[in-house]
Design a protein around this ligand. Structure first.
Ligand code: LHQ
Length: 266
């Protein structure tokens, strides 16, 4: 493992995957422009590295991410952008990017995830959280509405009744409740968070990456499709996957009764 440190985002490179750590622990990893740019650069590097077949996103210290840094938001930005411009400049491209990222993204929620930080977590492919973590749609507490995709992801994950309550009451829920509501995949003991995420990333590092990305795209498309439209999405997607080196290898390995050696992005 090699680690390159470029605060406010750290990247650790492992065999087959990268761990990207939001690193402003004294402000619960809330987003400044510098943090956005650091995260963008870390995702650029993961995307450019074809040996990287999964990403873990996590936070340093006791929080995952407290959303927009409210002090930075109040200050005038270096680019002269108004606070709302940050959505189109940073948050929206980030959420769109995660929905189409070339490898699976696992979010390891190590502590409180609030505001856009909560919705960043929910934009990842698989969310696992430490038992001590909390999810808070903090927006209404400061007279705002959820952003960073929250009004899209929340009702789809937990249903409209719970989405309304989470957003309008702006009360935290713990990781176990989030898992039992289907908002996240799994809540694990704090000490097991990173080993659980890393085991998952290692599995993805040996997986047929193209198929995983096609699965994500099809599931996302299903949110607005009819059954007929979705059957067509599956026909087209499967048509692209059939005959790829990983598909050929998967069938060959099955017939030869051995583990497949998928090349993923290669
Ligand atoms: C913070 C923050 C923070 C600065 C903790 N900022 N310092 C995007 C762009 C444009 C328009 C608007 O919207 C957005 C998206 C958004 O995300 S808006 C929502 C922004 N986030 C929030 O409203 C959450 C604010 N934070 C909190 O409610 C609490 O800090 C939570 C519940 C996350 C954690 O509470 P505690 O565990 O009690 O920690 P704490 O409040 O003591 O925070 C620790 C420190 O971190 C503290 O600083 P201090 O100097 O007193 O130790 C906080 O001021 C600082 N901090 N969040 N978002």
């Amino acid at each position: 493992m090699s680690t390159s440190e470029a605060a406010p985002v750290l990247t650790s490179t492992h065999a087959g995957f990268r761990t990207i750590t939001l690193n402003r622990p004294e402000r619960l990893n809330s987003f400044t422009e510098a943090l956005h740019l650091g995260l963008r650069a870390a995702l650029d590097a993961a995307e450019a590295d074809t040996a990287c077949r999964a990403v873990i996103l996590t936070g340093a210290g006791r929080g995952f991410c407290a959303g927009q840094d409210l002090a930075d938001s109040a200050a005038s930005s270096a680019s002269g952008a108004k606070p709302v411009d940050r959505l189109e400049l940073y948050y929206n491209p980030l959420i769109r990017r995660l929905a189409a990222f070339p490898v699976p993204v696992i979010c390891a929620v190590n502590g409180v995830a609030a505001g856009a930080g909560a919705n960043l977590a929910l934009a990842c492919d698989i969310v696992i959280a430490a038992h001590s973590a909390k999810f808070l749609q903090a927006f209404a507490k400061i007279g705002l509405m959820p952003d960073a995709g929250g009004t899209w992801t929340l009702p789809r994950l937990v249903g409209p009744a719970r989405a309304r309550a989470l957003a309008m009451l702006a009360e935290p829920i713990d990781a176990t409740t989030a898992a039992s509501w289907g908002m996240i995949y799994q809540a694990v003991e704090d000490v097991r968070l990173m080993e659980t995420a890393e085991a998952m990333a290692r599995k993805f590092a040996a997986a047929p990456t193209g198929a995983l990305v096609a699965i994500r795209a099809a599931l996302n498309a299903s949110e607005t499709n009819t059954l007929d439209q979705q059957l067509e999405v599956e026909r087209v997607g499967q048509g692209r996957l059939i005959g790829t080196p990983d598909n050929v290898e998967g069938i060959k390995a099955f017939l030869e009764k051995r583990s497949p050696r998928f090349t993923g992005r290669g």
